[in-house]
Design a protein around this ligand. Structure first.
Ligand code: 4AZ
Length: 483
């Protein structure tokens, strides 16, 4: 990591965006295909008849000829416009039926072509070939981890009312997000800052049925409290540091300061960084596990150690599985994120702890500072560092980072820029895959994973990080499917 300071940016967390947000969907768009009514007026097939010149007709006066020719012209223009409109309508219908394979209000299971009625989504019974109908029903919203349940019928998320809620339900919801019960932290009622129009409430008289079948939407919540759910005690750094601390050249991390930071080794050499998100799952960059680096058995993961020399004396954790983002693109570095599953779960201590994945609805403030850490080179072209370094970097607005004099349109929605346009402080070779974190509400959040940049710490060439917000849904789904 190379390290000198600049103006704060504004970054909005657009949230847990279901399915393929990284490819085509715009933030805030409905995640499910919309039903399009087919009762549009039918368009008559219209064959234009253009009068041809007849030599037997009497020769018209010059003014009559001009008038007739003007009428003809107008007819031709109107017919051309009609033809263009018909083509556009036909093209739209072709596009619509290719893109949306499910008729009516049916919802497609991923991109499988299998269609399900909304009533079968989130009902506790898996109907889709890959269980998509039961894996996206819960999410945690905002910095207070408010539990929300998705209603496929109204196509919106509702907060869960605390009335009659208990830890057993909390554990079920956590399992549905891919967490294991052993890390379950708490379910607690919190007063709502904004008053919600509707809630999801528990029907306790419904008997011993599935959680989602017990939930119903209601306009009231007697306690006025909604469920705040923590599936894992994440984002806690035991090292009480002065968060304005800054190290020129980015050196000097203390043990326990960045307890989620891991070093990923291949054949005894540090290759990339990563972040602990659960006992068994590490988030890193897809470009770290490409090609000959894709074999899980050749990797070792080191957690809770600051010094690379010390790692060589230890065994490290074996990797059981590597899941690279299916839409990762080597050239553009689009979707540069991957998951590593450890063979043996980590034991959490003061120096080995998970970072929190960002929840949708988190607004990163204009002055929000972030931190990067890693064993990367201390200058462009240098060798990796023996000690863990860290430095503070501000986020840079995507539009600014995409300007002609910075990255000229190369910053995709799956990426975030952070650093200083003046240069001097940055991540560098060997920091890849490692964390870009921020502290909000006394919790550390994983904002991004170190991905790329032109050189290191050069002016107008800030670091580029994977935008973790758009990956959280993919991460939860994969943890859930590979438990
Ligand atoms: C790398 O190759 C790398 N300056 C990481 C970060 C940056 C450049 C390169 C950003 O791992």
């Amino acid at each position: 990591m190379t390290s000198t300071v600049g103006p704060p940016p504004y970054y909005e967390n657009h949230g847990f965006q279901p399915e393929n947000v990284y490819s085509a969907r715009q933030p805030g768009a409905n995640p499910y295909p919309q039903y399009f009514t087919t009762n549009a007026p039918s368009v008559p097939s219209y064959v234009p008849r253009v009068a041809t010149y007849q030599s037997s007709r009497p020769v018209a006066h010059s003014s009559e000829r001009t008038c007739a020719s003007n009428v003809k012209k107008t007819i031709v223009i109107i017919l051309s416009i009609l033809l263009v409109i018909c083509c556009a309508i036909a093209a739209f219908f072709i596009w619509y039926f290719v893109e949306n394979r499910c008729l009516g209000s049916l919802i497609e299971c991923g991109s499988s072509g299998v269609c399900m009625p909304p009533s079968q989504w989130c009902d506790g019974v898996s109907h889709c070939p890959n269980g998509e109908d039961e894996t996206r029903c819960v999410r945690l919203f905002g910095p207070n981890f408010i539990l929300e349940v998705y209603s496929p019928v109204s196509k919106s998320w509702y907060p869960v009312c605390q009335d009659d809620w208990n830890d057993d339900y909390g554990k079920i919801a956590c399992k549905d997000m891919g967490y294991t019960v052993d890390t379950y932290y708490y379910s607690r009622g919190v007063a709502t800052e904004v008053s919600f129009k509707s809630y999801m409430k528990l029907n306790t008289s419904a008997g011993n049925i599935d959680l989602y079948k017990k939930l119903y939407s209601s306009d009231s919540c007697a306690s006025g409290n909604v469920v705040s759910l923590r599936c894992i005690e994440c984002g806690l750094s035991t090292k009480n540091m002065n968060i304005m601390n800054r190290i020129v050249g980015g050196s000097g991390a203390a043990l326990g300061q960045w307890p989620w930071q891991v070093s990923l080794h291949m054949q005894g050499i540090h290759v990339c960084g990563g972040s602990i998100i659960t006992r068994q799952w590490i988030v890193t960059a897809a470009h770290c596990v490409e090609g000959r680096f894709s074999d899980p058995y050749s990797w070792r993961v080191y957690a809770g150690i600051l010094n690379q020399n010390e790692m060589l004396l230890r065994n490290g954790y074996r990797v059981q599985q590597i899941i690279s983002h299916p839409h990762y693109d080597t050239d553009s570095k689009d979707n540069d994120v991957a998951l590593m599953k450890l063979e043996i779960p980590l034991s959490f201590t003061d120096t080995v702890r998970p970072v929190c994945l960002p929840n949708p609805g988190m607004m990163f403030q204009p002055n929000q500072q972030c931190w990067i850490s890693g064993w990367g080179a201390e200058y462009q072209g240098g060798k990796t560092s023996n000690n863990l370094n860290y430095v503070t970097v501000p986020l840079i607005e995507r539009s600014r980072c995409n300007s002609v004099y910075i990255y000229n349109g190369m910053i995709l929605p799956t990426m975030i820029c952070a650093g200083y346009l003046g240069g001097g402080i940055d991540s560098c070779q060997g920091d890849s895959g490692g964390p870009l974190v921020t502290n909000k509400n006394s919790v550390w959040w994983l904002v991004g994973d170190t991905s790329w940049g032109t050189g290191c710490a050069s002016p107008n060439r800030p670091g580029v990080y994977g935008n973790m917000t758009v990956f959280t849904d993919w991460i939860y789904k994969n943890m859930q499917a590979n438990r």
